[in-house]
Design a binder for this molecule. Structure first.
Ligand code: FES
Ligand code: FES
Length: 183
């Protein structure tokens, strides 16, 4: 048995030491907000924090995090009131939603390291993949959470990105929805 600290609670799990943390979180701890995408540390859908640091849990052996502080999307706030979660809602960031818990965990880690990120900081740090292409809204929501958004109201998303192509990118997300069967 291994003892883990997940979202401030101590849980005991029966897992082989090399079992990826992602599977332990989902199947033994019952926290399914953290998603499986690629399984090889490429997409970021499995992102969680270990002692405040962003990691990809699909390649993290559970034995390596025993005794450390594990935070999942469920532990970010009790009622989706974290500033990043609120900005995600305000900017209607998710499309199918599958990647978004990982995106939010990455954004929280970014803002912890750089409270006032530039567009470049965001683009450099946010390496998670979104197959729905919500990147422009992700960037805008991060600026909102950081208090670095320019402009006000619904149009601010276009001003924040400082990129004329942003309008087209956002508009193109609408009708081209990806089936949400695996969300
Ligand atoms: S599932 Fe872990 S990075 Fe893709
Ligand atoms: S919203 Fe990112 S994969 Fe669909």
């Amino acid at each position: 048995m291994l003892s883990l600290n997940v979202n401030g609670k101590t849980v005991s799990v029966d897992a082989e030491p090399g079992t990826p943390l992602l599977w332990v979180l989902r199947e033994q701890v019952g926290l399914t907000g953290t998603k499986y995408g690629c399984g090889v540390a490429q997409c970021g859908s499995c992102s969680v924090h270990i002692d405040g640091q962003l990691i990809r849990s699909c390649v993290m052996p559970v034995s390596a995090v025993a005794g450390k502080r594990i935070t999942t999307i469920e532990g970010l706030s009790a009622d989706a009131s974290h500033p990043v979660q609120k900005a995600w809602v305000e900017f209607d960031v998710p499309q199918c939603g599958y990647c978004q818990s990982g995106q939010i965990m990455a954004a929280v880690a970014l803002l912890r390291a750089k409270p006032k990120p530039t567009d470049k900081d965001i683009d450099d740090a946010m390496t998670n993949i979104c197959r729905c292409g919500t990147y422009q809204r992700i960037r805008a929501a991060i600026h909102k959470a950081a208090g670095t958004a320019k402009g006000t109201g619904n149009g601010s998303v276009f001003h924040v990105v400082g990129d004329a192509s942003g309008t087209a990118a956002i508009a193109s997300n609408g009708p081209g929805r990806t089936p949400a069967g695996d969300a």
